[in-house]
Design a protein around this ligand. Structure first.
Ligand SMILES: [Zn+2]
Length: 564
């Protein structure tokens, strides 16, 4: 067959191939990557389950059968035969703190350390990675967990880490252990007097032992240099790889300042951000005015950064009784929480946002906090009607039954974290009483009104692993599968809903649904390979799931190493 005949045959085959919508393999350029022989949960209602897909130029080029996908292979195509393994779209955490996680990773984690030797080992390990003279900070130790239960003294730590000043804050924040190098820099000697409201623990000859209690911590804190941009950048990269390892390909960063957003942009521009990073602007008048002047910006640097939403706060948190309630706390009559912003401020920002094309996402925990925000949004929308505003309430934890239908009516999206339900359920009833619990973490009641629920974790307040919220969403149980049968199990999500709540619904709630959130032709090829099928495995086994690999824009950003 001549070359031109071959070409003609190929062309004819392409023309004559059955055209099942837009999902037919194009006979043009070969795919860069083909994933075959998999259970692909797409989060796309038009084709929820498929066997294979193909990727070209970072985008999904085909979804369908393995046979058709294989037909798109060329000489340089990578073929991933998954042998029946599960693929889901890249998971997106719709409410978390990227910078907060970076900050937490920057310091040595000492939570759960069971001996002073173990503490020293961890600190020395970190010091070895840092140039001499660099501060090593840590947090989380508790001497009550050690065999002798005694306060540590600095000598052993100072001997193991002589060349780096070290400051390690106790788990409760009320004491710090510092080494000799830190004391030298802070000029702490036997002659140093205890400051007002603070105390230096002392040994023989009045020598400080290195433990600084309460206000004495300030003696050292004031000589620790502020975290530089380079260190923050490194910590953000580390946070990003933690997220990749757990199957996250996107995050809605719930409130960042200008300096942080500038750094995100610098990193995205340099190609260092491998996440769909939806940055919410923190509530700061100057920053808000600045970004209103700049205007909304979407999908910057090939879909790496969005700056088009504002984070506000209506109230506090339930644990500390700061959540604003319509009636008093059940366990503290006379107290009903507090509003942290005047409702007029929320309405004012909402009005300006509607006129300038920005989204508003307000933190509200209590039923009064939620009502205040719904009222403020409603008034703003009355003045400046806009059908597709997608305003959100972050957390939407406790909602009065009369307000539940208002979300769908106003088009306000409840952005909820399933992990909060399982973290709070042990004591939420004490704060709220049985009746109010019916409107608490009420996913089913809200879904029944026709709204969507983007899911999230609120890390680093909670764990980063997005499957914790997936598991909670389908079971209303904690990681130990407590309580039996689930906590108010009627409020569960189905698995299909739970998967959407971490893929397409976050995308929609960030105006990204045309670009990501499902494995659909034309969208970014963000996906995760799992070692078991979270859509079919028993709910109590969901949290055993391992992420085998994570892909952003068709490129691998994480691959699990073989276990020894
Ligand atoms: Zn948060």
């Amino acid at each position: 067959m001549s070359l031109s005949k071959l070409f003609l045959t190929a062309l004819l085959a392409a023309v004559l191939a059955p055209t099942a919508g837009a999902q037919t393999p194009a006979a043009t350029a070969p795919a860069d990557l083909i994933v075959v022989n998999a259970r692909v949960y797409t989060s796309d209602e038009a084709r929820p389950l498929a066997e294979a897909f193909a990727v070209r130029d970072g985008k999904v080029a085909f979804v369908g059968s393995s046979r058709e996908a294989r037909a798109m292979a060329g000489g340089s195509t990578r073929v991933l035969d998954l042998n029946g393994r599960t693929v889901i779209p890249g998971m997106v955490d719709a409410h978390a703190h990227f910078g907060g996680l970076a900050q937490k990773l920057r310091v040595v984690d000492l939570i759960g350390v069971t001996s002073y030797d173990e503490l020293i080992r961890r600190v020395a390990e970190r010091a070895a990675t840092l140039p001499k003279g660099t501060w090593v900070e840590g947090r989380g130790w508790d001497q009550n967990m050690w065999a002798d239960g005694q306060w540590p003294t600095h000598e052993k730590l100072s001997a193991a880490v002589p060349d780096h000043p070290v400051s390690l804050v106790r788990v409760d924040g009320h004491a710090a252990l510092v080494n000799a190098a830190a004391m030298r820099l802070a000029n702490i000697t036997a002659a140093t007097a205890d400051p007002m409201g603070g105390r230096l623990l002392r040994g023989a000859n009045n020598e400080p032992t290195g433990v600084l209690v309460d206000n004495a911590e300030e003696l050292v804190n004031r000589v620790i240099p502020p975290v530089g941009k380079e260190d923050t950048r490194k910590a953000l990269l580390e946070a990003q790889s933690v997220m990749h390892g757990l199957g996250l390909t996107g995050v809605h960063d719930a409130g960042a300042g200008r300096a942080m957003i500038d750094l995100y942009e610098e990193m995205a521009q340099a190609g260092d951000i491998n996440l769909r990073l939806y940055a919410m602007i923190g509530d700061d008048s100057a920053a808000i005015s600045h970004y209103f002047n700049v205007g909304p910006r979407s999908s910057l640097y090939n879909g790496r950064l969005w700056v088009r939403s504002i984070k506000l706060y209506s109230d506090g948190a339930l644990g500390s009784r700061g959540a604003a309630l319509l009636e008093d706390y059940s366990d503290e009559p006379g107290t009903n929480g507090l509003l942290v912003s005047p409702p007029a401020h929320i309405q004012d920002v909402a009005e300006r946002a509607l006129q300038r094309g920005f989204q508003v996402n307000s933190h509200s925990i209590g039923d009064r906090g939620n009502r205040v925000v719904l009222d403020a949004y409603e008034k703003a929308l009355d003045k400046h009607p806009l059908a597709d505003h997608r305003f959100r309430i972050e957390h939407a934890q406790i909602i009065h039954y009369a307000d539940i239908p208002r979300f769908a009516q106003l088009g306000v999206i409840p952005s909820m974290q399933a992990s909060h339900q399982t973290s709070d359920m042990y004591w939420a009833g004490k704060r709220l009483g049985q009746e109010r619990l019916l409107g608490a973490y009420a996913w089913r009641s809200l879904l029944n009104t026709g709204t969507i629920i983007p899911n999230g974790s609120d890390f680093p307040v909670e764990y980063v692993n997005p499957l914790i919220s997936f598991h909670a969403a389908i079971s209303r149980q904690d990681a130990n599968n407590y309580p039996v049968g689930g906590w108010f199990p009627d409020q569960r999500m189905t698995r299909e809903e739970a998967l959407k709540s971490m893929t397409i619904w976050p995308a929609y709630s960030a105006f990204q649904e045309k670009e990501l959130g499902s494995l659909t032709v034309g969208k970014h090829a963000d996906f995760v390979v799992l070692d078991q099928d979270i859509m079919r495995v028993a709910p109590e086994l969901v949290l055993n799931t391992q992420v085998l690999s994570t892909w952003v824009g068709g490129k691998s950003v994480y691959e699990r190493k073989a276990q020894p």
